[in-house]
Every structure is written in C-alpha cells, then in structure tokens.
Design a protein. Sequence first.
Length: 338
Amino acid sequence: MNPDQRPKALLRAKISSLGTYVPPRVLTNADLEKMVDTQDAWILERTGIRERHLVDKGVATSDLAVEAARRCLAKRGVSPDEVEAIIIATVTPDMLFPATACLVQNKLGAHHAWGFDLSAACCGFVYALQVGTKLIETGAHKKVLVIGADVMSSIIDYTDRSTCIIFGDGAGAVLLEPAAEGETGMIDFMHEVDGSGGEFLYMPGGGSLHPPSAETVAQKMHYVHQDGQAVYKFAVRKMSEVTENLLARNGVEGKDLGAFIPHQANRRIIVSTAERLGMDSSRVIINIDRFGNTTAGTIPLAMQTALEDDRLHKGQLVLLASVGAGYTVGACLLRWEM
Ligand code: UT7
C-alpha cells in the first residue's frame, strides 16, 4: 500500500466469543464469619455477596487469564496462533514486569500476538474493550483478545473485615473481530477519570513511591485500603451519570436495552443505577452473590451469567458500566452479535 494512504472508513468491531474462568475453591460468608468479626446477614444485606472463588497458593492472574482465553478461542474455533493482540486489564499482575500479557501470550501459544497490560482497576475491562475495538476499527488487526483478570486475594488483608468480604478472584476473555455485513457490534464508549479520588481506594506499597521493604509489609501497605462510604457515594452518582449520558448521546433509552451488564461491586449500586435507567430486574445482570467483586473480571463473568440464564441474545442492545479505583468511570454501548 502507498504509505501516504489510509483506509477512508472505519470498520466495525464486535465481540465474537466469550470465555470465563474462576478457580474452584469457594470462600463463603460462613467461612468469613470464622476469620473476622462479621455476619452472613450483614454481608448479604450491605453487598449482595454470598460467596466468592479464590485461587490456591501458586495460582496467578496469568493462569486464570489463560484458561478464560482458551475457552473463548475454543468456542469460536480460533487457534491461539491466529490471535494478533492481547490486552489484559488487571491490577494484580503476576509481577510488575514482564506484563501479564507477555506471560499469557507464551502460555497460550499465541505466537503471533503482541500485547500489554492496562491498569484501570474496576474499569479495566471497559477501557481495554475500547482500545481493542479501536485496533479492529482502524483495520490494524482482525483478532484481538481482551481479558479482564484479577487475583484480588493476593492483595487483600484477611484480617480486615471492611475489604476481605468484598473481593474474589476470576477472569473473563472476549475475542474482538470485524463485524460482518449487517452487524453493528461495538457502538460507543464514555470514560472518565477523577484522580482526586485516588486516596479512597488504593494499594500504597510495592511501587516506586514505597518500594517493598520490611517496613511497608509491617504497615500492611501491600494490601487494598478503601474508604467504602466515599467510594460508594461516588459510584452511585457516577454510574447513573455515565450511563444516562452515554445513552442520551446515542438516542437510546433504558427501555431499548436488552441487558444492563454492570461491574459487580455492590448490589445496591447496581440496583440504584438500574432504577434510574428505568430497567426492570429481568434485564439487569447480577452475579455478585456467587463471585463477589473480581475487579477487571466482573463484566465478562456477568456476560457469561447472562448467556447461561438465556438473557443475552443476538441483536440486543447491551450497556456495560463501571466505577472503581482511580477514580475511574467507564461505560460501553454495544449490540450483542453472538
Ligand atoms: O469495585 C471497586 C469499587 N468499590 C466499591 O464500589 C465499594 C463501595 N462501597 C461499598 O460497597 C460499601 O461501602 C461497603 C460494602 C464497603 C461497606 O458498606 P457500608 O454500608 O458503607 O458500611 P460502613 O462502612 O458504613 O459500615 C457500617 C457499619 C460500621 O459499624 P458502626 O460504625 O456503624 O458501628 C462498620 O464498622 O458496619 C460495620 N462493618 C461491618 N459489620 C459487619 C463494616 N464492615 C463490616 C463487616 N461485617 N464486614
């Protein structure tokens, strides 16, 4: 091609396959009652969580991501060799470097793929989805794996009842490909960052500011620290704002949506957003009771639940939304094409 020429029109991208994986070990609210001063009824009422899956020692984020990716590719009959790029959204990489995407590329045998990690906490999956979508729309690639994966148990203090009840481990992968004639696929994204909220949900130690030392470990700086109330208030306000604005920008109303698939941080945040959108519960996908908050894994895990429950069908308009550490805010409107 002439190097001065560019394709004139953008292509359309679609999610062509989905695969998820959670580790088999389950930690119930009853188990947590034996570990910290908490009650099953409190956890269920305040968060909607009944149980979460956790890895065994030695199992890392790349292991969950590879299993989710294998399932995703197998469903579509695509070989790992055909994958051109891998984007992994995670805040719990196997190690600071190399990127978990490199580890996954190798374990998966995706010999022709490049890739990188994207750090946006609970919004990681929707942010990565936009980046992957652009790689397809511009014609740069035809097969991009977008994976949300986190082993939150690796950074949780299991003596801190305010955080240990919330999080779980899990991963989900989607394959992005060009949409076929007549298909719509990915429609629009709306993302936002408010860095002034960084202090309300963070892991202070282990980075260049506070490199790991006996002191950082003694001060528990390698664990998640959260001001739950502050995050809750921000999340309730922003989930409504971003979803309403994204729908308005596209001339869509809550009644037009086939499914609302939000980040699973707290059942009350989801229900309040759904009410603002005027969506009845049958179209709102909630599986926080089974998996807790798996950070970048929640949305693809919820897509899987929607498929298993026969609540997600080809041609439906679907809204994704998330709010999380950063603060990060993200939403995506798409037409389901599987
Ligand atoms: O995905 C990342 C984004 N994160 C979020 O979206 C999380 C947003 N925040 C939340 O979901 C909620 O704030 C939490 C679930 C974290 C906490 O629920 P809350 O209703 O905001 O509780 P709270 O922190 O206001 O605490 C209320 C009471 C306190 O007792 P007092 O001071 O009223 O006597 C806490 O000490 O509940 C107590 N408490 C607990 N009791 C039993 C806090 N944690 C627990 C617990 N078990 N695990």
